[in-house]
Design a protein around this ligand. Sequence first.
Ligand SMILES: *[C@@H]1O[C@H](CO)[C@@H](O)[C@H](O)[C@H]1NC(C)=O
Ligand SMILES: *[C@@H]1O[C@H](CO)[C@@H](O)[C@H](O)[C@H]1NC(C)=O
Ligand SMILES: *[C@@H]1O[C@H](CO)[C@@H](O)[C@H](O)[C@H]1NC(C)=O
Ligand SMILES: *[C@@H]1O[C@H](CO)[C@@H](O)[C@H](O)[C@H]1NC(C)=O
Ligand SMILES: *[C@@H]1O[C@H](CO)[C@@H](O)[C@H](O)[C@H]1NC(C)=O
Ligand SMILES: *[C@@H]1O[C@H](CO)[C@@H](O)[C@H](O)[C@H]1NC(C)=O
Length: 417
Amino acid sequence: MAIKTLQQGGQEFYLRMTTVTASELQLQDHRFNRTKLVGIVVGCTIFIILISVFGLIFCIRSKKVKESETNYWKDKGKKDEIDLPIFSFLNISNATDNFSENNKLGQGGFGPVYKGIFPDGQEIAVKRLSKNSGQGLDELKNEVMLIAKLQHRNLVKLLGCSIQQDEKLLVYEFMPNRSLDYFIFDSTRRTLLGWTKRFEIIDGIARGLLYLHQDSRLKIIHRDLKTSNVLLDNNMNPKISDFGMARTFGLDQDEANTNRVMGTYGYMPPEYAVHGSFSVKSDVFSFGVIVLEIISGRKNRGFCDPHNHLNLLGHAWRLWIEERPVELMDDSMHNFDSPSEIIRYIHIGLLCVQQRPEDRPNMSSVVLMLNGEKLLPEPSQPGFYTGRDNSTFIESSSRNCDAYSLNEMSNSLFEAR
Ligand SMILES: *[C@@H]1O[C@H](CO)[C@@H](O)[C@H](O)[C@H]1NC(C)=O
Ligand SMILES: *[C@@H]1O[C@H](CO)[C@@H](O)[C@H](O)[C@H]1NC(C)=O
Ligand SMILES: *[C@@H]1O[C@H](CO)[C@@H](O)[C@H](O)[C@H]1NC(C)=O
Ligand SMILES: *[C@@H]1O[C@H](CO)[C@@H](O)[C@H](O)[C@H]1NC(C)=O
Ligand SMILES: *[C@@H]1O[C@H](CO)[C@@H](O)[C@H](O)[C@H]1NC(C)=O
Ligand SMILES: *[C@@H]1O[C@H](CO)[C@@H](O)[C@H](O)[C@H]1NC(C)=O
């Protein structure tokens, strides 16, 4: 009995305990739910508040950025309007004889270029950006903003522009002697350019580039330097043109990357063609290619030395290490008394096209070298890039160039900007 009672009591106790425990548990559970709920609510509230605060900050900031950007453009616009005349479309249309075929000078990267004459007799070159180039307006702004600020005798001068609805026009000073490629790659016309003139042209391009890189108020990478972008004035002085792809760098910025590799095959350094990385040293590479092209009268792109299957850079390098660099010089120009000057220019050209960007001299060094600095470092192997199928690789100078000529078609995609 006692046990039973005890049992009963125990049972009762137990039961009570369980009930108590259960209700306590329930209570705890309830409390737990409540704290959880409160926690969640508080958490959510804080979260929402934080999100809103961040959102608000972000909105204000991006609005500010946008505003400052538009103000920036407005200010620029205002400033440039003072410097840069805006022409009416009709005036330019009239000056170019309604953009007639007869007045067409050539086809630039972003559209055709026409010759025009204003009623006062001033000759102009008008770049008419194609409506479907897709990149028109940005490149136009880019070019206008950059070039309006640049003044140098070796840079082509922008006289004004015209933007009316779909029509975007850039008006430049007219260059009567076209561009460098028109002369140096033509078997008869290149004889018009004697060595002294060629050296002057190289020196002029170097000074224009030096100005772009460090002497102007900005640090500008041209990114599409090539013989067809070097125009020639009345006296055959070179002027660098076509700033549609140029990039401005911060003064302390050394290199940048792009996913959209645009440029011209044959002038692009390997690190840009393969990795999209560009710096002042990419322009130096293009400059080196131009130097070797001017000396040899040959295009880097499309040149294939028949005996060793090398492209122009490989050919120049082979002649250099075999200590007969003079053979690189233009066949039509063999009558030259002192080849040491030519060798010097070849030497400088080879220094500029070295494979590693850090080995290439900067333009201030190049200008010093061109001006006769005595001690030039030995160049190392040039870097040049050849596409084969979809793979890109850096050529060693011993590689052959069959693939190079075969793949000109696919590689010209790079050119179709
Ligand atoms: C533009 O055309 C107007 C007449 O429509 C003329 O008065 C003006 O001189 C022209 N300006 C230029 C630069 O051609
Ligand atoms: C159009 O061009 C002609 C010369 O080609 C000039 O005489 C005339 O004034 C120009 N008209 C305008 C409106 O600019
Ligand atoms: C200019 O060319 C456009 C289209 O080619 C034509 O519609 C227009 O009438 C021409 N204007 C003049 C003045 O010839
Ligand atoms: C360059 O242009 C000027 C002016 O048009 C001309 O007199 C000269 O003959 C040209 N030079 C060459 C090499 O074509
Ligand atoms: C150019 O290179 C020379 C020699 O390496 C160096 O002394 C000079 O500081 C460089 N200039 C610039 C602007 O980087
Ligand atoms: C071409 O690209 C594809 C995919 O990116 C790759 O699998 C293939 O190996 C490449 N071909 C060559 C010849 O490199």
